[in-house]
Design a protein around this ligand. Structure first.
Ligand code: HEM
Length: 130
């Protein structure tokens, strides 16, 4: 049986706010100790960045549109232009996201949906040869 229910949004199927909160908490816990990625985040606090990623993902998957209400159109490539993201940085980002997804142990179809999205999105942010 398919775990993707067409009568609810992917946001709800993943587990709503609580799911995305767990995912980004696991992810930023890894960024916190990453010697390449951590210095790229402005300021001493990761909490605001964590909040922005959560709101963006919730909106992307059909949840509340708080991200755009607060930040405008996502334009993610443009928003990342200030940070030199080479292949190595992108792969580290993706490795942390994969490990964070592993911990969530989603049903396979839902897991694949999210994993495929991140596999495509992370390389799309590369903006320098390094
Ligand atoms: C490929 C490696 C990536 C690196 C090194 C990276 C790094 C960063 C950094 C340094 C920021 C600024 C933190 C802040 O908001 O204060 C940021 C913001 C953000 N990133 Fe990434 N990122 C990457 C990929 C991605 C991907 C794949 C997504 C989405 C699937 C994403 C979503 C976001 C969002 C939503 C913001 C906040 C944008 C805003 O509203 O200003 N990032 N990222």
């Amino acid at each position: 049986m398919s775990s993707v229910d067409p009568t609810i949004t992917p946001f709800e199927a993943f587990g709503g706010h609580a799911f995305f909160d767990r995912l980004v908490a696991a992810f930023y816990g890894r960024v916190e100790t990453d010697p390449v990625l951590r210095p790229m985040y402005p300021g001493s606090e990761l909490a605001p960045a964590r909040e922005r990623l959560r709101l963006f993902l919730e909106q992307y998957w059909g949840g509340p549109t708080t991200y755009s209400n607060e930040r405008g159109h996502p334009r993610l490539r443009m928003r990342h232009a200030h940070f030199p993201i080479d292949r190595a940085a992108s792969e580290r980002w993706l490795a942390h996201m994969r490990a964070s997804l592993d911990e969530q142990a989603l049903p396979e179809e839902l897991d694949t949906l999210l994993r495929d999205y991140f596999e495509a999105a992370a390389p799309a942010m590369i903006n320098t040869d390094g």
